[in-house]
Ligand binder design. Structure first.
Ligand code: HAM
Length: 420
């Protein structure tokens, strides 16, 4: 039997209600915070991700879905959203000189990782990016959005962890010290980490290898190597969080798996997720716009995985719609039913509900079973008797009550019941 690709699950009708509720909540929140939505393509030039996410990162080295298309161009299914949003910002001159530009997005991302609970090969992110200002207040606002979302979705024990990876000057000093330390301990590191010492030593912090992590316990800390500017910036972020009473923990080991970050980085973890305990993460990336061909524009943002939010949320209600189903019991009845259905649909077109019909049923008993399976709230039954009387039998399937409603009164009848 044909199957979906491993790690790329279907989202079935029984689950979609929670997705809709989550997506609606996110859209509402982002618009509330002054963000505009942007939708970028799933495919981009491979070069975009190599230049932004970074050549020596797990994502680019091991996880992208990259292939040549029929013209021989190298394309990559987007593994994340920031690179594409920056590309679009530069290409369409979206940045407003006089103000910050705030963009958000939602959609599928693709990473060839080992699938496990909370980790997929096609997953969905919502992300937010703020362009224009290097101001710790903006870093704090992006964190605040994620923390607030977690609170409103009743995510189990959300904890905000923050760090600074410093500016270029801080990192240059730190990388030199770190390189010396790692070289001294090279024999105890895993193979991949050894290859990273030269090109990107901070990436070694991302290693999942136990022995490497033991070595790293004694590694120098970036926080002892911040330049005056980076230190002041990091203090500004902490001050902002404190002013808003947002609890946080400084964790000097957070470096994040993408190369574009400068200064602030952060993650929100939850105890409700198992091994993949990161709900979302982000940080500042003050050079990426320029590196991708735009003019120097500082930026900060975050992304969170929708599957992880759905898994960890103890609150998200499925949105359900009231359902009316017409049930004509014969050919003549069908002719009348499709006309009445049209009139009811027209009257209820602005109401959030379902108005549907089941054809080809003659026996009331089997027909009602079908309606039960369809989770019908109101059945509109048209049998011979109803045709003679000029009134449909409207059965409230939940209360088991039945009333006769004249054909011409059906639209108004349902509008009155469902309009709120
Ligand atoms: P990221 O940390 O790579 O950051 O991903 C953000 C979130 O996406 C993760 O915290 C997680 O919830 C979700 N996620 C990532 N990989 C998977 C997966 N394989 N399966 C399920 N969920 C996953 C970024 O992508 C950056 N673009 C965030 C950012 C925006 N930084 C600045 N602006």
């Amino acid at each position: 039997m044909l199957q979906n690709i491993k790690g790329m699950p279907d989202i079935l009708p029984s689950e979609i209600g929670r997705w809709h509720a989550l997506e609606q909540k996110i859209r509402q929140k982002m618009i509330f915070y002054g963000f505009d939505e942007i939708r970028t393509p799933l495919l981009e030039d491979t070069d975009l991700f190599v230049r932004s996410v970074g050549e020596v990162t797990d994502i680019v080295q091991k996880e992208t879905y990259t292939f040549s298309d029929r013209n021989g161009d190298s394309l990559t299914l987007r593994p994340e959203g920031t690179a594409s949003v920056v590309r679009a910002l530069v290409q369409h001159h979206l940045h407003l000189e006089s103000a910050t530009t705030k963009l958000f997005y939602m959609g599928p991302m693709f990473r060839h990782e080992r699938p496990q609970k909370g980790r997929f090969r096609q997953f969905h992110q919502m992300g937010a990016e703020v362009f224009g200002e290097a101001n710790p207040r903006l870093d704090v606002e992006t964190m605040q959005i994620l923390v607030e979302l977690c609170r409103e979705l009743d995510i189990e024990n959300p904890t905000l962890e923050i760090n600074s990876v410093g500016d270029r000057e801080s990192r240059k000093n730190f990388n030199e010290k770190l390189k010396i330390f790692l070289m001294k301990n090279e024999s105890k590191l895993d193979v991949l980490s050894r290859t990273r010492i030269e090109k990107n030593p901070m990436r070694v912090f991302d290693s999942k290898d136990e022995h490497t992590q033991l070595v790293l316990a004694d590694a120098p800390s970036i926080l002892d190597h911040l330049s005056d500017g980076s230190l002041k910036y990091f203090e500004g972020v902490q001050e902002g969080l404190t002013l808003l009473k947002i609890p946080f923990r400084v964790n000097a080991k957070i470096v994040r798996g993408l190369d574009y970050y400068t200064d602030t980085v952060f993650e929100v973890l939850s105890s409700g997720l198992g091994a993949q305990n990161v709900i979302g993460g982000g940080g500042r990336y003050d050079h990426l716009v320029e590196e991708l061909g735009g003019r120097s524009t500082p930026a900060v943002g975050f992304a969170t995985g929708l599957e992880r939010l759905l898994m960890a949320s103890r609150k998200l209600e499925m949105r359900s719609y009231q359902k009316i189903v017409f049930l004509p019991l014969g050919i003549e009845q069908e002719k009348k039913a499709i006309q009445l259905l049209k009139a009811v649909r027209e009257k209820l077109s602005t109401v959030s509900c379902t108005v549907d019909i089941v054809f080809g049923k003659e026996k009331m008993k089997t027909a009602l079973k079908t309606l039960d399976r369809l989770k019908t709230d109101y059945a509109v039954i048209l049998g011979e008797q109803e045709m003679t009387a000029g009134a449909a039998a409207v059965k409230n399937m939940n209360a088991h009550l039945q009333t006769a409603v004249a054909f011409e009164d059906l639209p108004k009848h349902f509008f009155e019941i469902l309009k709120l």
